[in-house]
Design a protein around this ligand. Structure first.
Ligand SMILES: [Zn+2]
Ligand SMILES: [Zn+2]
Length: 236
């Protein structure tokens, strides 16, 4: 396939972790990087799925402080080391091809369980419209598209819309973030009725964003929301 070969030279496939160009025909992670992959391990918070210190605890500190109304989150990796850098490249350096690897990670860690839940739709967490215009894509939507193929559930990319006027989140604590996010997500008009939804994002931190999205979905008549993210912080 000469065409594919040219695409491969112009847009070479890179290891999503170290960024090295991979040999033609190879789509994945290099062996060295694969060994270093840090999947989320038990014990985990029953709600958000992040690693917690003791199996005697049911929930992480974030979920205790800010209770969540989604059913459960399915994160694949700890947000640290190479995954952290990889997600940065994915989001800001146009490395859109990494989405396939992230989906694989989610499926390796949670595929069995995800396939048992009767999802009606997959909804990516939206980014600010002006950020999407500048970046050219919503990173969460790219992951959602891959998951759609893996679990055979349709994606609704514009189901949730982010309003233009949310304040920057950086300087805020959890509660202020939550307040700030309260009206950040709106349901787009003329949406279909979905009962069970899988929300998708690249990174899960305290869960404030997922919670705000869940609350917006409930307003649209969704009865159950689950979430997944490529990476999540540790709960200690
Ligand atoms: Zn590598
Ligand atoms: Zn938690």
């Amino acid at each position: 396939m000469i065409g594919e070969r040219i695409i491969d030279i112009v847009f070479p496939v890179r290891c999503p972790l170290c960024g090295e160009v991979r040999p033609f025909g190879d789509a994945g992670v290099c062996i060295e990087c694969e060994k270093e992959l840090s999947y989320v391990k038990e014990p985990t918070c029953l709600k958000c799925g992040k690693t917690i210190e003791s199996s005697l605890d049911e929930y992480c500190a974030d979920c205790m402080r800010l209770p969540k109304s989604f059913e459960k989150c399915f994160p694949a990796f700890n947000y640290e080391g190479q995954i952290k850098d990889s997600l940065y490249e994915f989001k800001y350096k146009n490395q859109r091809g990494y989405a396939g690897f992230y989906c694989e990670g989610i499926m390796k860690r949670h595929g069995k369980e995800l396939k048992t839940i009767p999802f009606d739709g997959i909804v990516p967490v939206p980014v600010h419209p002006h950020k999407k215009r500048i970046r050219g894509y919503n990173q969460a939507e790219l992951i959602a598209n891959q998951l759609s193929k893996a679990i055979n559930v349709p994606v609704y990319p514009d189901y949730l819309v982010r309003s233009e006027d949310t304040n920057p989140q950086k300087e805020l604590d959890d509660r202020e973030r939550m307040k700030n996010l309260k009206n950040a997500f709106i349901i787009s008009e003329n949406v279909v009725k979905l009962n069970t939804v899988l929300l998708v994002d690249d990174i899960y931190t305290s869960g404030a964003t997922m919670e705000a999205c869940t609350e917006a979905l409930f307003k649209a008549g969704v009865s159950k929301a689950y979430c997944t993210s490529v990476a999540i912080g540790r709960g200690y």
